[in-house]
Design a protein around this ligand. Structure first.
Ligand code: MTE
Ligand code: MO
Length: 512
């Protein structure tokens, strides 16, 4: 008696359909993994999941984005990739089922998925020469996997089941291995000077090295100067834009008499200055980690703007990135003596890709979202009345000076410390004005002066330490900064939206 498909379905439930769906999922997983590895070499932003995720970020409405950032924090990118993965694997299941009905239709369905990835890579502003390759590789590998797997979904016997199982596990492993290797390759390539990271010789500098911080004396204190590798990273870019300095251009345009563009060599040939600046993200909560301090090297924005000849009536400069992101810096802040820069050096080295290579805007005293465009390509002189920056369009402030603040880094909240002298320490900042004092109070008592660490200028944070004579029991530690004008830190509690958090950092510890 001949066995029909209907008999099989009847005899073994929906197994062929389930197998077909599983085949699609596994084949697509292997395609995604292998293509991610290829993208690690030819350009990370062309990896199908990354490209599709990036385009999704471009079109997702602001409130949804803010919700994601507030819920997932700096894990928002991983979450987005995870969602894109689940959706794509789900579509892979559909492709698998279609493929089982008709290989030709299956190829069309899979081809549609590949086309979406191809379009997403094509629309990437930082796309490189072989941007189309990963999507094609994903399609090829997935089609090959489906061909192999579908052979064993036709007949359901013990041998074919084993073959299917082995092949499926192999494809799944290929996907995972490709992804992991791709991540590894990406970070290795990114760090190699002359390959993923350009070999850059910065102009010679004259400033003395920065003083040694307190971190050697106070275990657990964050470094006085934040290394680039530990500097917080905040941006909307799912894949770090890879900009070629050789073809990079900065345009100075808008309400100016003599608009001009400038190349990398010309920028490096201009007079450069170094500025010690603490940069914070507006999303940094009281006591939070989204703040870092570095020595920046670059050309004064005032010099570039003077060369362009700013016209009367302008009050804002839109700093535009290669990825479309914009900030709205007050014109005055880019012209006054604070030392706003088109920066290309950080702690004695060229900027890393993560922090804006080849050049970024850096405005001391402003939160990053209004003053620190990474991968900068344009300074457009305009007005607050006629233009809005990226986050302002999403409800955040148009102007946002960095608020003074302070945090306790040691001891950590909810930790236990021994009775006796305990080193309480952290960092404090009073942008534009500078720090006069840092004060600590225990259990709501009087404010007591802490000892300040070295001074690297008014725009740079100060480390502080307080020798606390700790008695047994539960205690509450608080800190505040007093600026050089004698003004104490704002104690009003405010959440980051729309122009930065305020309030006292409070840490509870158990002594004994
Ligand atoms: N191109 C681009 N530049 C950007 C951003 C961005 O999303 N895209 N984010 C800004 C924000 S919100 C901050 S806080 C700083 C962070 O700079 P960092 O990542 O070098 O620490 O970059 C600013 N520059
Ligand atoms: Mo930010």
């Amino acid at each position: 008696m001949a066995t029909t498909r209907a008999d099989l379905d009847g005899a073994s439930g929906t197994r062929p359909r389930t197998r077909a769906a599983a085949s699609g999922v596994l084949a697509v997983a292997s395609g995604l993994g292998v293509s991610h590895l290829v993208a690690g070499i030819v350009g990370p932003s062309s990896s199908p999941l990354v490209a599709v995720g990036s385009r999704a970020v471009d079109v997702v409405p602001g409130p949804l984005k803010e919700w994601a950032v507030s819920v997932f924090g700096t894990a928002d990118k991983a979450v987005l990739i995870g969602v894109a993965l689940v959706v794509t694997l789900g579509l892979g299941a559909v492709v698998g089922v279609v493929w089982q009905r008709s290989v030709r239709l299956g190829v069309v369905a899979g081809g549609l998925l590949a086309l979406v990835a191809l379009a997403a890579a094509a629309l990437d502003p930082g796309r490189r020469l072989l941007w189309w390759l990963p999507a094609l590789v994903a399609f090829g590998v997935a089609a090959w996997g489906l061909t192999r797997l579908s052979a064993s979904t036709e007949v359901v016997d013990a041998a074919s089941r084993r073959r299917f199982f082995r092949m499926g596990v192999g494809l799944g492993a290929l996907g995972v291995a490709g992804w992991v290797l791709g991540e590894g390759v990406r970070s290795v390539v990114a760090a190699v000077p002359g390959v993923g990271r350009p070999r850059v010789t910065l102009p010679p500098r004259s400033s003395a090295p920065l003083p040694v911080g307190l971190e050697a004396e106070v275990p657990g204190l964050s470094a006085f100067v934040t290394p680039a590798s530990e500097f917080f990273r905040i941006d909307t870019a799912l894949a770090v834009p890879q900009v070629d300095a050789a073809t990079w251009k900065l345009s100075v345009s808008g309400l100016v008499d003599r608009p001009f563009t400038l190349g990398w060599d010309e920028l490096l040939a201009m007079d450069a200055i170094e500025k010690n600046v603490t940069l914070a993200c507006v999303s940094n909560d009281v006591g939070g980690p989204l703040i870092g301090s570095a020595r920046w090297l670059g050309v004064r924005t005032s010099e570039l703007l003077a060369r362009a000849g700013v016209q009367a009536g302008a009050d804002m400069v839109l700093g535009r990135s290669v990825d479309g992101f914009t900030v709205s810096a007050p014109l005055a802040a880019l012209l006054d003596g604070r030392g706003a820069l088109v920066a290309y050096g950080m702690n004695g080295e060229a900027l890393t890709a993560e922090h804006g290579y080849p050049a970024r805007l850096l405005t001391p005293g402003l939160y990053g979202f209004v003053g620190a465009t990474k991968w900068l390509i344009g300074l457009e002189v305009t007005t607050y009345a006629s233009a809005q920056a990226y986050w302002t369009q999403r409800g955040w402030a148009a102007q946002a000076p960095m608020k003074g603040g302070s945090r306790i880094e040691v001891p950590r909240g909810s930790s236990r410390v021994p009775v006796g002298t305990v080193k309480v320490g952290g960092a404090a900042w009073a942008p534009e004005v500078g720090v006069r004092a840092v004060q600590v109070r225990v259990d709501g008592g009087p404010w007591l002066d802490a000892t300040l660490g070295p001074d690297a200028g008014v725009q740079f944070w100060r480390q502080w330490v307080y020798m606390w004579d700790a008695a047994a029991g539960e205690h509450r530690l608080q800190v505040r900064v007093v600026d050089a004008n004698g003004v104490a830190q704002d104690e009003t509690m405010a959440t980051p939206f729309p122009d930065g958090a305020s309030g006292l950092h409070t840490v509870a510890v158990v002594v004994g």
